[in-house]
Write a new protein. Structure first.
Length: 256
């Protein structure tokens, strides 16, 4: 019996293309190829504007994973108008898909808009509509492994997934005017209400929550499925079970 010919798997947009047929263009969603390595899914669940918290994990691919460092922190615009104010700039400018971000840059999502900041070490922060953040510090040392990331949330709600830190000396923190959340390899939501109060909800792992400038060891530990609230000048409340979400952005990764 003659040997069976080897089968060759077609690639990219040429899948199923016949001889002489033009390549099939790859569909694009929000400026990103559908066949990208990471597929981003956004689901809006309507609800009130008091930033209710999440329960459980909103990320479909399980616990954080260790990833290779890249050279840039970038912006992905999912919907609506997203503006950027570079460090030291007086005015806001329209954000660009895939735009490189730097320490000191501010990002603001308009009503019904949404965006994702992907940090150089693989962590992501999803920004809901009418939210504003500032990239206070996004740095890595010369060895390329030790990283330090700190993001300030001015107003609105974010959901962050932190990649497993490759070096014990690395740090990842989210700051507001009333609290500092320090994490290591976890998923959590931070919402800042108009009155300046902060609500932190942990979806996976745990978050150490403390007032700004608080001494070490004074933090409240918020575990998965719980939330804590901190008001300006007050310590965080003891964690309580988080209510079901009324508004959320869901982000999933799919290998295609």
């Amino acid at each position: 019996m003659p040997p069976t010919p080897a089968r060759v798997k077609p690639q990219g947009g040429n899948l199923g293309k016949k001889p002489g047929q033009k390549p099939i263009p790859m569909p694009v969603v929000y400026g990103l190829p559908v066949a990208a390595f990471i597929a981003i899914v956004v689901i809006f669940v309507t609800g009130d504007r008091n930033f209710p918290s999440f329960t459980g994990s909103l990320f479909a691919d399980g616990p954080p994973i260790a990833v290779a460092l890249s050279d840039a922190t970038t912006l992905t615009i999912l919907a609506g108008e997203v503006k950027i104010k570079p460090k030291g700039a007086p005015d806001w400018k329209e954000g660009l898909q895939g735009q490189t971000l730097a320490t000191g840059d501010s990002i603001r999502a308009a009503k019904d808009a949404a965006a994702i900041v992907t940090y150089f070490e693989g962590s992501t922060t999803a920004i809901e509509d009418e939210a504003e953040i500032v990239l206070s510090k996004i740095e890595k040392n010369p060895n390329g492994v030790t990283t330090e990331i700190s993001t300030q949330i001015v107003v609105g709600k974010t959901w962050t997934k932190v990649a497993r830190l490759l070096d014990p000396a690395s740090s990842f923190a989210m700051e507001t005017q009333s609290a500092v959340a320090v994490v290591r390899g976890t998923e959590f939501a931070v919402g800042v209400n108009p009155d300046g109060s902060t609500v932190v909800t942990t979806g996976e792992g745990e978050v150490a929550l403390a007032p700004p400038g608080a001494p070490p060891g004074s933090a409240v530990l918020v575990k998965a499925g719980f939330e804590s609230k901190a008001s300006p000048g007050q310590p965080p409340t003891q964690p309580q079970p988080a209510p079901p979400p009324k508004r959320a952005i869901q982000i999933g990764r799919a290998h295609v």
